[in-house]
Design a protein around this ligand. Structure first.
Ligand SMILES: *Cc1c(COP(=O)(O)O)cnc(C)c1O
Length: 407
């Protein structure tokens, strides 16, 4: 066995403590019926629910906020089971599963904002969320502004207006990986009567949003939760009942629902998430270290490394790391060389998204539309997602591609 450094232990720590929890949550393990049941809940497809009487049907309507199955378009038993599991992982009270990670970002924006409100968004937000703000939210009269991903709390406060109703943040930032002081941001939001939404996709299971003052946490379950690159799904979790009622009413009004099959597969993916991520995060950190020692590399953007903006908040707030990080190349390495390097990789596949079992690489250019010049993305850059392959095979692959193209 290879030597494990304390840093590597730290990145896998959160996953170790989650493993038993992820196997057991949302599952009946006590008072099993005498005749026994399958380990996994069955897949249940359906539209209409039928009742024995009009009174029984009327009584059931009270179950709208209780994750009861009332009609197919309002969620299935598999969706509701997944909602309870995600609420527990995130540490909130209620969760609404929606059709994609992007829908998990857009639904609360629409549900909690009205025309005339101001929404303050971090500049490093997931690109399609920014596109949604620029098109749909602006069209409906919501004022949008952005704050730099690498500014301190005092600076964030200067972007607050008297009509600010929401701050939408993401930590680490898309492509540039800045880690945010979430508790500090929440304190500012609340002082001005606004809510804080966090896109917590990178931090699933290793950052507890509601312990740091977040009001609404969103997840792209497409990523590590499902883990097999075979579906898209999202989740929105809240901690207070008032927010739950607003969110649930809005999701139902919008006709937001996820297919039972997709929820069932995501539950299956979650059972092994701790084991996958424990392995992927340790391999990821080793590869991040390897990259940081290469002469072509200016900076590695991995939250567990001091070269990442906000590393001190990662140390303070996270119990582990995931396996996505960025690499910024030296100024003299032009974009075309990085493109060639990516084209020379054999084990890494070129593709968007992350969180599956396979390693991926993505050119960072063209993905980022920033209002403020990034102090982190100072040269050509790419993003790596580390999968379950053998670490030496991955390093060999990087080595041959780096040396052939970046010299
Ligand atoms: C992938 C991703 C999304 C969107 O998820 P989809 O299921 O692909 O729509 C949103 N936020 C973050 C941070 C993501 O990485």
């Amino acid at each position: 066995m290879s030597h494990i450094s304390s840093e590597e232990l730290a990145v896998s720590y959160g996953w170790k403590i989650l493993s038993t929890f992820l196997v057991q949550i949302g599952r009946q393990t006590y008072s099993l019926p005498e005749k026994g049941v399958f380990v996994n809940d069955p897949l249940a497809r359906g539209s209409t629910v039928i009742y024995p009487s009009v009174e029984a049907m009327r009584r059931s309507e009270k179950g709208k906020y209780e994750h009861e199955t009332l009609y197919g378009a309002m969620g299935s038993p598999n969706q509701h089971q997944l909602e309870q599991v995600i609420a527990q992982i995130e540490g909130g009270s209620h969760c609404q599963v929606v059709s994609s990670g992007l829908a998990a970002c857009t639904i609360p924006l629409l549900g909690f904002l009205s025309s005339g409100d101001h929404c303050l968004i971090i500049d490093s937000i997931y690109g399609p969320t920014k596109r949604f703000a620029e098109t749909v939210l602006k069209k409906f009269g919501v004022e949008i502004s952005y704050y730099p991903a690498d500014c301190n709390l005092g600076e964030i406060e200067t972007y607050i207006q008297n009509n600010t109703k929401l701050i939408f943040t993401e930590s680490p930032g898309s492509h540039s990986f800045e880690i945010q002081n979430i508790a500090g941001t929440a304190e500012i939001a609340h002082r001005y009567g606004a809510k804080l939404i966090l896109d917590n996709t990178w931090g699933i299971g290793i950052f507890k949003p509601f312990e740091h003052g977040v009001d609404i946490s969103v997840q792209a379950l497409t990523k590590y939760a499902n883990g097999h690159s075979d579906l898209v799904l999202g989740a929105i979790t809240v901690k207070c009942d008032d927010d739950w009622h607003i969110l649930r009413d809005y999701a139902v009004a919008m006709g937001e629902v996820a297919a039972p099959d997709v929820c069932w597969l995501t539950l299956r993916g979650l059972r092994t998430m701790a084991a996958r991520l424990e392995k992927q995060s340790v391999t990821g950190l080793k590869i991040a270290h390897w990259c940081s020692r290469q002469p072509y590399v200016e900076r590695v953007l991995h939250p567990a490394l001091p070269s990442c903006y906000g590393h001190e908040f990662w140390k303070r707030d996270f119990t582990g790391a995931s396996s996505v990080f960025g690499v910024v190349f030296k100024k003299n390495i032009i974009l075309q060389k990085v493109i060639e390097m990516i084209n020379h990789l054999k084990i890494f596949s070129i593709g968007a998204s992350w969180g599956g079992y396979e390693s991926l690489v993505l050119l960072t250019d063209g993905e980022i539309r920033r209002k403020y010049k990034s102090r982190t993305l100072t040269g050509s850059a790419c993003r790596f997602h580390i999968g379950l392959e053998n670490e030496n095979d991955l390093i060999e692959d990087l080595k041959q591609a780096f040396d052939k193209t970046l010299k």
